[in-house]
Ligand binder design. Sequence first.
Ligand code: HXC
Length: 258
Amino acid sequence: MYETIKYEVKEGIGYITINRPKAMNALNGEVLDEIYAACAEVQNDDAVKAVIVTGEGKAFVAGADIAQMNQLDSIGGRTLIAKGHKVMNYIESIEKPFIAAVNGFALGGGCELAMACDIRIASEKAKFGQPEVNLGIIPGFGGTQRLPRLVGKGMAKYLIMTAEMIGAEEANRIGLVEKVVAPDELIPTCEKLAQTIMSKAPIAIGVAKTTINNGYDLDMRAASTLEVEAFTSTFGSKDKTEGMTAFLEKREAKFENK
Ligand code: HXC
């Protein structure tokens, strides 16, 4: 059982809900451990085909836990940072789609958690920011690296150096989120998106995710080679036979491989 998150599986979707609403779902070591454990459940459970990550109450996640960080020396800080990176990298490595349903404040480590997910859908009430410089630190759960990759170097520096909090529409405009919806529509939109992805060939979805993630930082030649090999792995799958046969027979494909 989890203390600081909720994890449940419904109709093929794993829901990870950060559940410390009184502390704006701030990430302490325990929350990070529990997110990691839930991710391991996701990875090992064939019944889970997609994941929705969200927050309980008015925040998605308002960052790393400042009260806990304030107690840590630099060794303790390093341990916390390493733990955060382990979680974010784990999310990126699991061959299933993770959708961040950003319901409210996504600040610091919260924005970083959303960025580690594959797709971000924001409620109109969501707010994004990397306010670490207000605390005398810099983003530490991947923000200095994932933010420029998503929004460009200039905008990333703007957000990190000013600590400005931006709304969902601006986050959408700069490419930090893929879609903005009314608060009531947030989870249904994410569920519909998950179902759409789940209706596709699962092996192809997983391989697409890791090929994009692993190729992004390579030079074009190495990245092309990566794609050739990744493509070949899907080409040998039963899903490929089913997908192409279904097209030619003018029927819906039925993908049964995990
Ligand atoms: C610990 C937090 C917290 C946080 C909020 N709380 N954010 N506790 N860590 N990151 C707590 C508050 O102390 C308060 O507790 C309760 O949640 C409600 O917060 P309020 O401030 O009263 O609410 P509100 O006025 O609505 O403002 C919401 C807010 C603000 C804008 C989200 O709380 C805020 O600015 N929080 C800090 C955001 C931040 O700086 N995040 C980056 C952290 S650094 P009490 O007990 O008083 O009710 C980071 C680095 C990651 O993430 C990598 C390095 C490890």
